[in-house]
Design a protein around this ligand. Structure first.
Ligand code: BG6
Length: 472
């Protein structure tokens, strides 16, 4: 898919990285920059900015440590050296104009910097103001991280703040899900294969389930999690993006802008949620986490039944579910087709005689599998469902942050979230942000509270099997 010529922008000539001494930098960004250096796609100076009173040597040590602890470690010392030689560091308070003067100086001849705000959203206004005050927003772009607000009003306010310094085409909103190969493949698989189109609608699809299950808990992020909860952390953004790619109409022309428009239409067609469409859960032990209130009602599990009020999807339930401290770590989509119109065979009435389905395992061990029934040998006309599986894991895949930062530097906006889509998604969840039952507790290592089963009855959830290997 090509970027639209209207949208193509000149490549950035420096990456400014606010929050360079933080957690996200360590976990995600330095490893991504290293992989870019290995591929030869990072050639511009990288200026770290943070309040920590470090010098460049300390930042380099931090980067080296991050990379050595990431998957793969340091397997290309030359690339690591190249990355470290591109680094510069500015220490200073984001509220102090001197920080931005120092940044201007550190940027030297760079004319089109990309400012990456890997800082808590509460600091966005301060950083944007600082950039504008120093004229560093001129011909520049800004990259921001989810969460894009915590409700519709705060999302609008965030958009207003960022728009006060940057034009829309210069704003890159990162939802790292969109940088995943498996997610891009949803778009590709749907529209590169003609066999799907006739059945990809309410006439043949009975339901769609999307599960993002995590075996781990909040991993020391209790204080952040208290401000978010599962719905805001992963459902309203990551899972909604998956829904949009599965539910969208074909883009009208070849270009990522057409894809973004069709995704926006899906967000607009999503029926706003009501309290009885959702079930919230909290794992036992969550309240003992650091930074978590003893009487917290924040959900660590969330399930919902939603509808897309469009011609294609009228009446088809979409079941979304995510949680921490569940029985396994796996993300999966199951598109379940309606059974044949007539029961011709002996097994058609069996309880497990579910319709055919298409299963997209997003992680781990990605796979796309189409399940169809095949007769068992014997006199009876009884069979089983078997999966035709396609291998989807690619060696040397670009990791999400690598892909997205590379695209942002190159000025390609196709994999980023549009302002109107962010606001439309908040509109869908707005009615249940405060209006809901208390979270039901569930034991760690389970599939969430039992109440979630009632939401989907008489059907049931298909729990992904995390250890299921990719086919070979
Ligand atoms: C992040 C959430 O956006 O996505 C995390 O903040 C979550 O809580 C993560 O674990 C899931 O994405 P991935 O790519 O790590 O599976």
């Amino acid at each position: 898919m090509i970027p639209d010529s209207d949208d193509q922008q000149a490549a950035a000539d420096a990456l400014v990285f606010f929050g360079a001494t933080g957690d996200l930098a360590h976990k995600m960004i330095f490893p991504a920059l290293y992989r870019m250096a290995k591929r030869g796609t990072l050639k511009v100076p990288v200026v770290g900015v943070a309040a920590s009173k470090w010098d460049l040597t300390q930042l380099r040590d931090y980067a080296r440590d991050a990379i050595s602890k990431a998957d793969g470690g340091v397997d290309d010392p030359d690339a690591l050296d190249r990355l470290l030689s591109l680094l510069a560091y500015v220490a200073g308070d984001y509220g102090d104009p001197d920080t931005f003067s120092a940044l201007r100086h550190a940027l030297g001849d760079a004319k089109r910097p990309a400012h990456y705000l890997a800082v808590p959203p509460g600091l966005f206004p301060t950083v944007v103001e600082g950039l504008v005050g120093a004229g560093l927003n001129q011909d520049a772009r800004v990259i921001i991280e989810k969460p894009f607000g915590r409700d519709l009003a705060s999302a609008k306010e965030l958009n207003r703040v960022v728009r006060s310094g940057f034009e829309d085409h210069a704003i890159f909103r990162i939802d790292h899900y969109l940088g995943k190969e498996e997610i891009m493949n949803l778009l590709y698989f749907r529209f590169a294969n003609s066999f799907l189109e006739p059945i990809w609608n309410r006439n043949y699809v009975a339901s769609v389930q999307i599960t993002l299950a995590e075996q781990f808990g909040v991993q020391g992020r209790g204080a952040f999690y208290e401000t978010a909860g599962c719905l805001r952390d992963v459902v309203e953004n990551h899972l909604f993006q998956v829904v949009a790619l599965l539910a969208m109409e074909p883009p009208a022309y070849q270009g990522m802008a057409a894809v973004s428009s069709e995704k926006f239409n899906v967000f607009k067609a999503m029926r706003p949620l009501a309290a009885d469409d959702i079930v919230r859960g909290q794992f036992v032990g969550y309240r003992d986490e650091v930074g978590v209130a003893k009487d917290s009602d924040v959900e660590t599990f969330y399930a919902s039944r939603m509808f897309i009020d469009s011609w294609r999807w009228a009446g088809v339930p979409w079941y979304l579910r995510s949680g921490k401290a569940l029985a396994g770590t796996a993300a999966e989509v199951v598109v379940e087709f309606k059974p044949p119109p007539q029961s011709l065979f002996d097994d058609a009435v069996q309880e497990d005689a579910r319709g055919n389905y298409l299963r997209f395992r997003l992680s781990p061990n990605p796979v796309i599998a189409l399940a169809a029934r095949v007769k068992r040998a014997g006199e009876e006309y009884v069979g089983d469902q078997h999966e035709l599986a396609l291998l989807n894991a690619q060696p040397n895949e670009e990791q999400p942050y690598e892909r997205l930062l590379g695209d942002a530097l190159a000025g390609e906006g196709g994999l980023f979230t549009r302002e109107d889509s962010v606001e439309a998604a908040w509109t869908v969840v707005e009615p249940v942000l405060d209006n809901h039952d208390r979270a039901h507790s569930y034991p760690s290592g389970s599939w969430g509270p039992e109440e979630a089963d009632a939401l989907i009855a008489p059907a049931h959830w298909h729990n992904p099997m995390p250890d299921q290997p990719s086919p070979v």
